[in-house]
Design a binder for this molecule. Structure first.
Ligand code: ATP
Ligand code: MG
Length: 250
């Protein structure tokens, strides 16, 4: 398929998803251009994680289509592994392999999935660890690092696959407060460098500063789709007003 510049980096059309009887994603239509930073907000259970997980096919959908850079998400097999490589994801839990060094955590997928040589993978991993400020710890094991450091390793690990898109699902929620900023700074740098990003976060400072666009979800629907300034100053829906009242009110 030919790619053209007007193709969205992430495109969801008519996406519906159920868990049994529960309608978790309701007719989601969403076009995210390359280099855009989207922050996804909404109350607990509104479908933020589910939406992220459908974008890298950790969840199947019942209806609709999802494309990354113009290409339909593959159903399974080799193409799915390729897609997962192109869509990096960072979760609340860092999910590092505890029996492997930091460096090996970062080089594993590039070697196994991308077929990179060990030398090339190590060189790139060290560059990325440098970038997230962990190069000194490359030979340590995850348990020897703080939570903030582990999360920065998880980001480096995702970046080692040269993803086209990065998804973050509450990457700082499991961290002690003093470690939150070091992770947000890495995300902010990535955003400035032009990475296409979808971030679920409760960090409103980050949302205001780094987002190009706020999506507010409620009950599986995108209820508002606005600039951060608009959203925070003039939320339209009662759901968004209520949400902001709770989150900014203390
Ligand atoms: N695997 C699953 N099986 C059944 N129901 C699920 C499953 N995953 C999510 N759900 C339901 O789908 C809805 C959306 O869940 P989701 O995790 O996407 O919400 P969320 O917006 O990320 O919430 P939170 O802010 O608490 O992380 C919830 O009602 C949840 O209980
Ligand atoms: Mg969630």
């Amino acid at each position: 398929m030919t790619e053209n510049t007007s193709t969205s980096m992430i495109s969801l059309r008519g996406v519906n998803k159920h868990f049994g009887d529960y309608h978790a994603l309701r007719n989601i239509n969403l076009e995210i251009p390359s280099r855009q930073v989207v922050v996804l907000l909404g109350p607990s259970g509104s479908g933020k994680s589910t939406l992220c997980r459908t974008i890298n096919r950790l969840e199947t959908i019942d209806e609709g289509e999802i494309r990354i850079n113009g290409e339909l998400l593959p159903e399974e097999g080799k193409d799915l592994a390729k897609l997962r490589a192109e869509v990096g994801m960072v979760f609340q839990q860092f999910n590092l392999f505890s029996h492997m060094t930091i460096l090996d955590n970062v080089t594993l997928a590039p070697i196994k999935v991308r077929g990179k040589s060990k030398e090339a993978a190590r060189k790139r991993a060290m560059e990325l660890l440098e970038r997230v400020g962990i190069a000194q710890q490359a030979e340590k094991y995850p348990a020897q690092l703080s939570g903030g450091q582990q999360q920065r390793v998880a980001i480096a690990r995702a970046l080692a696959m040269d993803p086209k898109v990065m998804l973050f699902d509450e990457p700082t929620s499991a961290l002690d407060p003093e470690m939150i900023n070091e992770v947000l700074e890495v995300m902010d740098d990535l955003a400035r460098e032009g990475m296409t990003m979808v971030c679920v976060t409760h960090e409103m400072g980050f949302a205001r500063k780094a987002a190009d666009r706020i999506l507010f979800m409620a009950d599986g629907e995108i209820v508002e789709d606005r600039s951060p300034e608009d959203f925070f100053n003039n939320p339209e829906s009662d759901r968004a007003k209520d949400f902001l009242g709770k989150i900014l009110g203390h």
